[in-house]
Design a protein around this ligand. Sequence first.
Ligand SMILES: Cc1cc2nc3c(=O)[nH]c(=O)nc-3n(C[C@H](O)[C@H](O)[C@H](O)COP(=O)(O)OP(=O)(O)OC[C@H]3O[C@@H](n4cnc5c(N)ncnc54)[C@H](O)[C@@H]3O)c2cc1C
Length: 370
Amino acid sequence: MSELRRHIDVAVIGAGVLGLAATDALARRGAEVVCFEGRRPGQGQSGGLTRTFRNRHDDEDVVRLVADSLALWRDWEKRCGRTLVGSEGTAYLGFGESDAAGLDTHGIAHRWVEGELAPEVFGPLRPVSGRLLVDPDSGAIRSRRTIEALTSWVGDRIVSEEVHGVCDPGDGGGVELQTADAIYRARHVLICAGAATPRLAAGVGIDIPLEAALHARPHFRVRDEHASGPLPCWVDRSGEFGPMVYGSPIGTTGRYVIGMIGKGVDVPMDGGLPPGTEMEEHVRRLSRYVERALPGLHPEPVGIRVCSMTKLPAGSDAIGVWHTDGVTAVTGHNLFKMAPVLGELLADGAQENRLAGILARCTDRATQAA
Ligand SMILES: Cc1cc2nc3c(=O)[nH]c(=O)nc-3n(C[C@H](O)[C@H](O)[C@H](O)COP(=O)(O)OP(=O)(O)OC[C@H]3O[C@@H](n4cnc5c(N)ncnc54)[C@H](O)[C@@H]3O)c2cc1C
């Protein structure tokens, strides 16, 4: 039996942005690491062209993780010679002084702008009644470019095999992984499998309260007169124009993506397929939002991405990392921006078989209902 087993030091399951970042960080530390991916790298929640990198979060530990990530994003940019996080900035509507507490604590630049000056900060936006919070050291993540860069750095450490299960045989010989082609034993397994993380982690007794849902992100053309900006990322939880939304420019394509935030705006994936009409209604609501709030965009959507997304009980921006002897499992929501720092922390944790204190604190809060 033992000759059927293949031994590896660290196995990473999943080649989304987190699995790739952790594999790259482990490889740079000289570790023997294999990254298992059942589909193509970056085809899960990390798919698509753009994500928002913003500094403001409710959880001050998350603010710290994001701030630490920015320096690492700049290192990645030097390595690949391309922009990965743009300098568009982020504007927020519907926020007060206390919402900027994390920015104050960590010395992150920000300013307030009166609502009638909104178009000076965000060209397509009409004047608004509240103040805008502006977070200048942020912008749109070039997500596909990021996945391409990481995939090239990780190279043939990616193995095209789906992992069926993970278990601890309890014989001191490492953690077992089964794929269609082999049975592996690894000293440490890092589960970065997105929506599949809870199922795989359950094999070693880790219980993760993750919900999966479908989310609609239509994109809209920027009117010519606003094409040269300013086009920051956008978070509006004021309710002034209807739904609460987030938005982001798609690089320099002249398109802008918008999605809804808040409770009940995603379609739960509880086994059956959601009715298509429900998704279409989401798109209509976002079109109406554009008409009311963003006259600098054409209100007819020119494309859509319907994607699966995961959330822990604390909701948006909650990150959870669970650790048991020989296994670490990570999941949550809005993790793309934190991928560089999470890659480093997960790599250290896999090498030393431990969980960083900041991740343990985030996990405690992530599992408390919002
Ligand atoms: C619509 C949308 C908008 C978002 N907006 C933002 C944003 O603005 N800012 C931000 O920071 N984040 C954002 N996010 C979240 C961010 O994209 C995700 O948190 C991040 O991409 C998760 O990466 P991951 O590597 O954990 O998971 P994934 O990208 O899902 O990767 C998991 C990988 O594991 C593989 N896998 C699964 N099971 C197995 C198995 N058994 N064997 C082998 N491989 C397996 C999958 O094929 C997949 O490739 C958004 C997400 C969505 C969907």
